[in-house]
Ligand binder design. Structure first.
Ligand code: DHB
Ligand code: FE
Length: 279
C-alpha cells in the first residue's frame, strides 16, 4: 500500500513567483522567506516522495463564480499553469497521477463526499508556488493530484468539514494499491486580507497558535465558524483550511520536522511547516 511520508504546508503569494523569476532569493526582503525552504530541500532529498496530493484553493483561473464546486479533485493526465494576469512567466507542465486520482475520487464518494471530478484543470500560483519552492530547478520531482477547496464564493465549507475531508483523503491514500511515497501539501494562508477596510490585516498571535495546534491539538481550529476564522485570520486567511486538511490526512500523531514564519510577504503572513507521521 502507498505510504504518506509527510505533510508540507505553506503560504502562496503571486509575488513569490515574480521573486523566483527575478532571482531575488538573496535580496534582504526575500532572504528570510527563501532560507526557510533549505530544510525542506534536505528532507525531499532524503524522503524522495513520488506523488503530491495538494489541497489548494483556486483563485478564479480554473473555476469562476458562475460554477464553483465546494470540493474538486483533479483527474487529468497533466496540469498546465496559465496566465493569471500578474505578469509572471508560466512554469512547465505538471504530470498527473491518474491511478491515484481515480482511487481518491472513488474512495471519497464512497465516503459520502460529493466531490467534482475534473479531467481538465489549469492551475494557478497556489500550486506553482510550493512546487517551485520545493524544486527550484523546475524539474518537478513528483506527479500531482490537486484537491481544490472553495475559499472564493460563500458559503465556504466549515473547518470541521475540511478536517474530515483531509482524514478521508488520508485513508484513501493509505488504501491505494501502490508502493508510491506520497507527500500531502496544503497551500494558502496564513493570516491575510487583500480587500476592504481591513486590507493588510495580519494576526500573528492567531497564526502562531494555529501552527502550534497542528502538532498538539489538530482539531483546535475546527471550533471556529468560517466567519470567526475570517475575523481572526482575514478574508483570505481562511485559506488556512488547506493546512487543516493536509494535517488531517496524516492521522493522529505527528512530529514537526521544520517550521518558519515570516511577516510579511506582500500582504500575507507567510508560514511553512513540515510534519511527519509519528512512528
Ligand atoms: C496575495 C496573497 C494570496 O493568498 C493570493 O492568493 C494573492 C495575493 C498577497 O499577499 O499579495
Ligand atoms: Fe491565495
Amino acid at each position: 500500500m502507498a505510504q504518506i511520508v509527510g505533510a508540507l504546508t505553506s503560504s502562496h503569494v503571486p509575488a513569490i513567483g515574480r521573486a523566483i523569476a527575478k532571482n531575488l532569493q538573496q535580496d534582504p526582503y526575500w532572504k528570510p522567506f527563501f532560507d526557510g525552504w533549505a530544510p525542506v530541500h534536505r528532507w525531499l532529498a532524503e524522503r524522495r516522495p513520488d506523488v503530491a496530493v495538494i489541497f489548494y484553493n483556486d483563485h478564479g483561473l480554473n473555476f469562476f463564480l458562475d460554477k464553483l464546486p465546494t470540493f474538486a479533485v483533479g483527474a487529468a493526465p497533466q496540469y498546465r499553469n496559465e496566465d493569471e494576469g500578474w505578469g509572471i512567466p508560466q512554469v512547465p507542465v505538471f504530470e498527473g497521477d491518474l491511478d491515484l486520482s481515480w482511487h481518491l475520487i472513488e474512495s471519497l464518494v464512497a465516503d459520502e463526499f460529493d466531490i467534482t471530478s475534473c479531467q481538465e484543470m489549469v492551475v494557478d500560483h497556489a500550486i506553482t508556488n510550493p512546487l517551485q519552492l520545493m524544486y527550484p530547478d523546475q524539474a518537478w520531482g513528483v506527479r500531482i493530484v490537486p484537491v481544490c477547496i472553495n475559499t472564493v464564493q460563500f458559503p465556504l465549507p466549515t473547518a470541521r468539514r475540511c478536517y474530515a475531508l483531509g482524514e478521508a483523503v488520508g485513508r484513501a491514500i493509505r488504501s491505494w494499491d501502490s508502493d508510491a511515497r506520497v507527500v500531502v501539501l496544503g497551500t494558502g494562508g496564513l493570516s491575510h486580507q487583500l480587500d476592504g477596510q481591513r486590507a493588510g490585516f495580519i494576526n500573528k498571535d492567531f497564526d502562531l497558535a494555529f501552527l502550534e495546534s497542528l502538532e498538539h491539538d489538530p482539531r483546535w481550529a475546527t471550533q471556529y465558524s468560517i466567519h470567526e476564522l475570517v475575523e481572526k485570520a482575514g478574508t483570505q486567511g481562511v485559506e488556512l483550511l488547506m493546512w487543516l486538511a493536509a494535517r488531517a490526512a496524516l492521522g493522529d500523531g505527528v512530529k514537526t520536522m521544520h517550521r518558519n514564519y515570516h511577516i510579511p510577504i506582500s500582504n500575507t503572513a507567510s508560514g511553512l511547516m513540515l510534519l511527519e507521521p509519528a512512528a
